[in-house]
Design a protein around this ligand. Structure first.
Ligand SMILES: Nc1ncnc2c1ncn2[C@@H]1O[C@H](COP(=O)(O)OP(=O)(O)OP(=O)(O)O)[C@@H](O)[C@H]1O
Length: 268
């Protein structure tokens, strides 16, 4: 698989971790939803798990430099993500699939992905090949020239993943990428994540604990705006026992870790 490599990537990266946060505080509106978060992430696939409202989307928005932190420090690709300036360079090397993403309904898949490549400042001569490769990687080659408005929900999600990887990002942020995918496509996505994770820092939020077991090298577990666990899928599985609810060791471990600090809200 060829990968477009720019001069900036050949130079020493100048940072040990793609993401580094200390005492990070994030607000949604006026409400603090992430507080006192310490985190270091390098190359690999990091699954971000947690109940509804834990703060996963809010954290991903901050890593994408869309949401400015309200306190603490956050470095993304070696640059502070706490200010208003100096973000253009890291943003070129970030790929981001938001939970809901906008697009022009009359664009074809190819036009949509090309447009995002252009926004990411992919060199013009590289755009057609980069676009085709991204579309191929998500299995949408036969739909490349179909309009976005004709796609099914799962196909739309895959077009969203294609735009997120078109610039060969160093940091790839995927907010619930498996929503709407059929089982075969979920397996394909896991394989793609594993391939990408060899040389990319991938953060993927999901409610599907078994996706994490299959595709992730590391797991972040959030509850109530805090990081309650960081480790490997095997370590999550080891935390559970037969007394915990779940259909698999990792689901039982997930339940056990959430039950540990304090009951993680509600009866669901
Ligand atoms: N714009 C907003 N104004 C006020 N509160 C918000 C806003 N956006 C999110 N929140 C709140 O912040 C908390 C964290 O939300 P967030 O979307 O980050 O959680 P999540 O872990 O991604 O949840 P889910 O699994 O349901 O997607 C929730 O309690 C949510 O209600």
């Amino acid at each position: 698989m060829t990968r477009l490599v720019g001069a900036a990537e050949l130079a020493p990266a100048g940072y040990a971790f793609e993401v580094r946060a200390a005492g990070l505080r994030l607000q949604a509106g006026r409400r603090t939803v992430v507080d006192g978060l310490d985190l270091s992430l390098g190359t690999g696939v990091h699954g971000l798990l947690g109940p509804n409202g834990a703060g996963k989307t809010t954290l991903i928005r901050a890593l994408a430099t869309v949401l400015r932190p309200a306190g603490g420090t956050l470095e993304v690709l070696g640059r502070p993500a706490t200010g208003r300036t100096g973000l253009r360079e890291p943003r070129r090397r970030i790929g981001y699939l938001p939970q809901e993403f906008g697009y022009y309904r009359r664009f074809t898949v190819r036009e949509f992905v090309e447009y995002m490549a252009w926004l990411k400042e992919v060199p013009g001569a590289d755009v057609p090949a980069a676009t085709q490769r991204a579309i191929d990687r998500v299995g949408l080659a036969d739909r490349a020239d179909h309009r976005m408005k004709t796609l099914s929900g799962g196909m739309l999600r895959r077009a969203g993943i294609a735009q997120a990887i078109v610039n060969d990002p160093v940091l790839l942020l995927l907010d619930e990428p498996t929503v709407g995918l059929d089982p075969a496509q979920r397996v394909r996505l896991r394989e793609l994540l594993q391939t990408l994770g060899a040389d990319t820092c991938v953060v993927v939020s999901t409610h599907l604990v078994e996706d994490v077991a299959a595709a992730c090298t590391g797991v972040l577990l959030m509850a109530d705006g805090r990081l309650v666990f960081q480790g490997t899928p095997a370590e999550i599985a080891a935390a559970g026992g037969p007394e915990h609810p779940g259909d698999s060791p990792i689901e039982r471990g997930y339940a056990a870790l959430l039950a540990r600090p304090e009951p993680a809200g509600g009866t669901w």
